[in-house]
Design a protein around this ligand. Structure first.
Ligand code: ATP
Length: 334
């Protein structure tokens, strides 16, 4: 197990900073998710740690050892890419042990590790197949097995599940998390999917425009988003932003869909009209619009909502569930 420290990391591409003064640390055996929208710099950060890019400035330290300028192959890091990067002409077994062969690990040792890892990821019956004869999920498992078999203390993953369908993604994120914990790997996992971040991470680094917007546990990010951006990016549906109540125009108030209730209409201008109903099984997301603001306000109602499109309702919530942000800076006030 290894501790990873990233200090003031900068990467310029032609005068534009893709990564701009990023610092964070990952504890031994923890799973850290780099989360953010497309282009925010999360893949570049991962590639800098892997040694696939040279930083413009900053340091990367693993277990007290400065690896910033070490060649990628000497960093003791395993990596899983979105594309899986499998060799199509090699069998599953050959793909899994390829890196061990390159490193000169003896045959008997390779076979022993292969057997163990294949069983671990459920590939024992597929070892003689070629990647072209596997499903997407099985290919993903080969890439995972190849990372695990290397027994490196650090594993980096770049959107490893993005080519899989929703059901398989859900299964694989549970599997990856269980394996990471069982093997005690220190892992950095890049995704733009906030559900993956929430369900898998010990620690989330939310990035925007090359910088860290907020770092913390999934619960921290959900319960106390540091900015309007964090409030809207983490959680589904995104947090409702309520139009400024008259006395505090400099404040934006946020309330999550599950913290809102529908109440009988009051007959005054604050009532809203139901404009959408999305039945999800366990609950229903009811969308409403008020005359004074543009964005629909979403309310999560347990079970099947009785509301109908076009109906009017009042919106109610407990002020204790309000998140307050400064309108100008977007930063959290309370
Ligand atoms: P995605 O989820 O789309 O992969 P990301 O958050 O991982 O996005 P990066 O791939 O790190 O983002 O890219 C960050 C920024 O740096 C983007 O604006 C991208 O266009 C730019 N960038 C990345 N690699 C290079 C490169 N080799 N040359 C020039 N610009 C690059």
């Amino acid at each position: 197990m290894s501790r990873i420290e990233v200090e003031h990391l900068v990467k310029d591409f032609g005068g534009r900073a893709a990564v701009n003064d990023v610092s964070f640390s990952v504890e031994r055996g923890a799973l850290c998710v780099l989360l953010g929208p497309s282009g925010c710099g999360k893949s570049t950060t991962l590639r800098l740690i892997a040694g696939l890019e040279e930083p413009t400035a900053g340091r990367i330290v693993i277990d007290g050892r400065d690896i910033t300028h070490l060649p990628s192959k000497d960093r003791r890091i395993a990596m899983v890419f979105q594309s899986y990067a499998l060799f199509p002409h090699l069998t599953v077994a050959q793909n899994i042990v390829f890196g061990l062969e390159v490193r000169g690990v003896a045959r008997a040792e390779r076979d022993a590790r292969l057997g163990k890892v294949a069983a671990l990821v459920g590939l024992s019956e597929y070892l003689t197949r070629k990647p072209g004869q596997l499903s997407g999920g099985q290919r993903q498992r080969v890439a995972l097995a190849r990372a695990i078999v290397s027994e490196q203390p650090v594993c980096l993953m770049d959107e490893p599940l993005s080519n899989l369908d929703a059901k398989l993604r859900q299964e694989m994120r549970v599997e990856i998390r269980a394996l990471q914990q069982r093997l005690g790997m220190t892992m950095i996992y890049v995704t733009h999917d906030q559900v993956e971040a929430m369900t898998m991470a010990d620690q989330v680094i939310l990035m925007k425009d090359g910088a860290i917007e907020q770092a913390g546990s999934p619960v921290d990010l959900y319960q106390a988003p540091a900015t309007v951006f964090a409030a809207r990016f983490v959680g589904a549906p995104p947090m409702n932003l309520i139009a400024a109540a008259g006395p505090e125009p400099s404040v934006v108030t946020g309330v999550r869909a599950e913290d809102m209730r529908l109440a009988p209409p009051t007959g005054n201008g604050a009532d809203a009209e139901v404009t959408s109903i999305e039945y999800l099984g366990a609950d229903t997301i009811v969308g409403l619009r008020r005359s004074d603001d543009g964005d629909a306000i979403l309310v999560r109602v347990p079970g099947r909502a009785s509301a109908r499109i076009g109906e009017r309702a009042a919106l109610a919530w407990d002020p204790a569930h309000e998140h307050r942000f400064d309108r100008a800076s977007g930063r959290r006030l309370s």
